[in-house]
Write a protein that binds this ligand. Structure first.
Ligand code: MG
Length: 157
């Protein structure tokens, strides 16, 4: 079996949508990024690529590439998933944490879990979503950013 870890942070700004795990959340602010800035899908994608020894999403989808602008991060995750499947791995489970201060994640955790399990054709039981605040500390704690981590376990098919 192979384990992979992904982490990502995006800046919270006005005038952008807040999309986490493929789910749009009601928020005055959204995440800034070259793509749709879905920080959770980026962390999950990197966890999958890391587990299979396939680098990271910055190599697959450079932010210098104009065609990646405002890209739906679902495409990034689907590409990462296809690559690990191409290496004959399948996902056993994912465990994720979203770090956000003023955005209430808990009412949307189940929808995010469903979204992620649907994109990756997993059982809901194999996708876990946790939410933490920054306790008023660091960029997350000051409400300037949202971060996410994911650990993924893969097994050879
Ligand atoms: Mg990112």
């Amino acid at each position: 079996m192979r384990v992979g870890f992904g982490h990502d942070t995006h800046r919270l700004v006005t005038g952008r949508k807040l999309i986490l795990g493929g789910v749009q959340l009601p928020s005055r602010k959204g995440l800034l990024g070259h793509s749709d800035a879905d920080v959770l899908l980026h962390a999950v994608s990197d966890a999958l690529l890391g587990a299979a020894g396939l680098g990271d999403i910055g190599e697959l989808f450079p932010d210098t590439e104009p065609s990646n602008r405002d890209m739906n991060s679902r495409i990034i995750l689907e590409k990462a998933h296809a690559l690990i499947q191409g290496k004959s791995y399948r996902i056993i489970n994912l465990d994720c944490i979203i770090f956000a201060e003023d955005i209430r994640i808990s009412p949307f955790k189940e929808r995010i879990r469903e979204s992620l399990s649907r994109i990756l054709s997993l059982e809901k039981a194999d996708v876990n979503i946790k939410a933490k605040t920054g306790e008023g500390l660091d960029a997350v704690g000051r409400g300037e950013a949202v971060a996410a981590c994911c650990i993924a376990l893969l097994q050879p098919v």
